[in-house]
Write a new protein. Structure first.
Length: 258
């Protein structure tokens, strides 16, 4: 962890971690005894009120005080440790993580581009359930996305993990059930992400509610168009043609803009 310092802010003698929560939770779960290096990115004045402190934290995108429906939670409900049971299972955040794992999403190098990266893209995918904003390249992709998300959301973890929360059981659930579902889901959301990425900067590209939740108008990072083309479901030539058409039109538009 010396080469992967944990960014944190200091307020009234306490450190508040702003990134690498999942890494720390995984280390806690595994029981590994390792030294963790904190990187203090900002120190707040002690006389700053708690209301102002959390307002700044949210405004800078350094905190995420929302539930699975993106409604504000009470500050007392925020995790105070890194035990896995202290965190809720955010399936849309997981989808953002798998999209990055499979190379569809590329995260920037700056702290602002990294913080809550998967959460922001997860929120974007949550917004586009049932094609509310009409951004899906095809109705077929939208329907497939909704069906698969329903399967993941309805997965009963208690069928795979006993009350002891054994690590081996969790790994089996992940590898045998969840990862295969997410790998297919990424094939569906890739074209959606590519469509958003090619929108011209301006009002049409602003993600509704993102400013309130994360302090920014546009999603961070970029979409790997080559990876998107490579992930299109092999059984859906129609989808592949749709995505190629979207990317071709976007490329031509970029050339015309130059």
């Amino acid at each position: 962890m010396a080469i992967k310092p944990v960014p944190a802010v200091k307020y009234r003698g306490y450190y508040y971690v702003v990134d690498h929560h999942h890494t720390l939770a995984a280390l806690e779960l595994a029981g590994w005894d390792v030294d963790v290096t904190l990187e203090e990115i900002y120190e707040f004045e002690d006389d700053l009120s708690e209301e102002a402190f959390w307002g700044i934290m949210e405004g800078k995108g350094w905190s995420f005080c929302r539930d699975e429906s993106y409604k504000r939670i009470d500050l007392k409900d925020l995790p105070e440790n890194f035990e896995l049971s202290s965190f809720r299972n955010d399936v849309f955040r997981s989808l953002g993580g798998f999209a990055r794992k499979f190379g569809v999403l590329k995260r920037g190098k700056s702290l602002e581009e990294r913080l809550f990266f998967e959460f922001q893209w997860g929120y974007f995918f949550w917004l586009h359930r049932s094609d509310k904003y009409g951004l899906w390249p095809s109705a077929e992709l939208s329907r497939g996305f909704d069906r698969l998300m329903t399967m993941i959301e309805n997965t009963d973890q208690d069928e795979y993990i006993d009350k002891r929360r054994d690590v081996t059981d969790m790994i089996e659930l992940s590898e045998r059930v969840l990862q295969p579902l997410y790998s297919v889901l990424v094939q569906y959301i890739g074209p959606l992400a590519a469509t958003y990425d090619q929108l011209p900067t301006g009002e049409t590209k602003k993600v509704p509610g993102l400013k309130t939740l994360f302090g920014r108008d546009y999603l961070p990072g970029a979409v790997n168009e080559t990876a998107v083309q490579g992930l299109i479901h092999i059984n859906s030539l129609k989808n592949k043609k749709v995505v190629k058409k979207v990317l071709k039109e976007a490329t031509e538009k970029s050339i015309d803009d130059v």
